[in-house]
Design a protein around this ligand. Structure first.
Ligand code: SF4
Length: 452
């Protein structure tokens, strides 16, 4: 049997076995939860009953399958793997048949599993300051220590770094390049203070064109234009669906909350440009639409509606959802989940590369304060908000710088109260349950007073 066919066959068998294991693990977790529930039955609890979102299981399967495929691809010499930043032009990789891996996603999983203090510590022991982003510290620490909730990420053949989210990623990816000794493609996306500048769009477009050529050289196959175009169209369709899902939260009561959207954004980050991504968001949309029709509330008895600014605090999602839920407050929109909607004001059907370049500089985090103020205000009006929750994120200066000024403007100019929650997306050392709970209680008193 030729070795290429043998590699493919072995890969297929591995994939089937690993997906079977994944299914069994998810089924076991579901069973464990049911068991816990049954044991709790009869016990008194103050927590409000929420109807879980069924698509969450599908998402776990989808993301699990994607990781299994990536792991199998690692051992196939005919397949390439690229590590890419969350705001990177992944459509080019999907069009080239390259598997994208997101160190930030991996770091978020480390954060969710409360392993970040440990892996960050490994990086700190090597001289990385605790003031640096915990995603970078925990991912690098995970590579050095081998500690990971998923057994680590498959080794990259090359790296793609787009600095439209922050400057940290450029340094982080330089370090990855040194560690793995692989090519690094950098897309430089200029910061936009107000309206997106046409020359900035042209500048990014030229780099995207170069990236297509570079990826073609690495894989040994030029990316066919029709394949690229079809991938971009699929990406656009998924993005529209993701936006439509979030827009369903304008309904009263909101059928899901922003804490749910943090979980459900994984496919749009990772798989936009694929059919699976479209299918997933079609399913999610119809489930959430059904919840709207049936009057299902993310927060039963919803009375107040809040927006969220900055990344999720992965290890405290349950705590925050419960705490705000006790005050009958639903989080119904977030700048974070909206960031993955990639819809720039500029669009030219006849120039998809330029439209794509426009999308990649149009993100919230790539803009100045006046722009951010307007975005927050638009959200407040559209989603009928009573106020904003601002996560002052120790890790992410790109997001957090200027939040106090924004809070001041929102309150003084627009009458919207804000709460500043000091935290970190992954590193639990910056967190205190008691302090945050007290602040939320005080903030909700203001919200209630202003609403009456
Ligand atoms: S969390 Fe902030 S600093 Fe860290 S990689 Fe993301 S955008 Fe950059």
């Amino acid at each position: 049997m030729p070795s290429r066919i043998r590699t493919k066959l072995v890969g297929k068998v591995k994939e089937t076995v690993l997906i079977g294991l994944l299914r069994a693990t998810l089924a076991k977790n579901k069973w464990d939860q049911k068991l816990k529930k049954a044991l709790k039955k009869g016990g008194k609890t103050n927590s409000v009953k929420r109807i879980p979102i069924k698509s969450a299981y599908k998402m776990k399967m989808l993301m699990g399958r994607y990781y299994v495929k990536a792991r199998v691809a690692q051992n196939d010499p005919n397949k390439k793997i690229a590590w890419i930043t969350s705001g990177g032009p992944v459509e080019i990789l999907h069009a080239a048949g390259v598997t994208p891996i997101y160190p930030e996603n991996h770091a978020a999983m480390i954060g969710t599993m409360r392993m970040a203090d440990d892996t960050c510590g490994v990086a700190e022991n090597r001289g990385y300051s605790r003031d640096l982003c915990s995603y970078a510290r925990s991912d690098l620490g995970s590579i050095w220590s081998g500690k990971s909730p998923i057994g680590g990420s498959p080794r990259p053949d090359f790296l793609v770094c787009c600095n439209n989210i922050c400057g940290t990623v450029t340094k982080w990816y330089q370090q990855l390049q040194r560690m793995f000794d692989v090519p690094l493609i950098v897309i430089d996306a200029p910061f936009q203070y107000a309206e997106d500048r046409p020359e900035a769009i042209d500048y990014v477009k030229a780099q995207l064109q170069d990236m297509m050529d570079q990826v073609g050289q690495i894989t040994g196959k030029k990316i066919p234009w029709e394949t690229f175009e079809a991938t971009v169209r699929r990406s656009e369709e998924a993005i529209k669906l993701w936006k439509a899902v979030q827009d369903l939260l304008v309904h009263h009561p909101a059928p899901m909350n922003s804490f749910d959207t943090f979980i459900h954004l994984a496919p749009i980050v990772t798989l936009r440009g694929t059919q699976e991504c479209i299918d997933y968001y079609k399913g999610l949309y119809s489930e959430i639409e059904q919840r709207v029709r049936n009057g299902v509330a993310a927060v039963p008895g919803e009375q107040y509606r809040l927006g969220w600014d900055n990344l999720a605090i992965w290890y405290k999602i349950q705590f925050l959802a419960k705490k705000f839920g006790e005050h009958k407050a639903a989080l119904v929109v977030s700048t974070y989940a909206e960031s993955f909607c990639y819809q720039a004001p500029y669009r030219d059907e006849s120039d998809i590369l330029r439209s794509m370049a426009a999308n990649y500089i149009a993100g919230y985090i790539n803009h100045g304060l006046d722009y951010r103020e307007k975005e927050l205000l638009d959200m407040a009006r559209k989603f009928h908000l009573n106020g904003f929750v601002m996560h002052s994120n120790r890790s992410c200066r790109a997001y957090s710088l200027g939040q106090y000024e924004l809070a001041k403007r929102l309150d003084e100019k627009h009458g919207l109260p804000t709460i500043m929650i000091e935290g970190d997306q992954s590193d639990t050392r910056a967190w205190s349950d008691e302090q945050v709970a007290t602040r939320i209680d005080a903030f909700m008193e203001i919200i209630v007073a202003r609403a009456t």
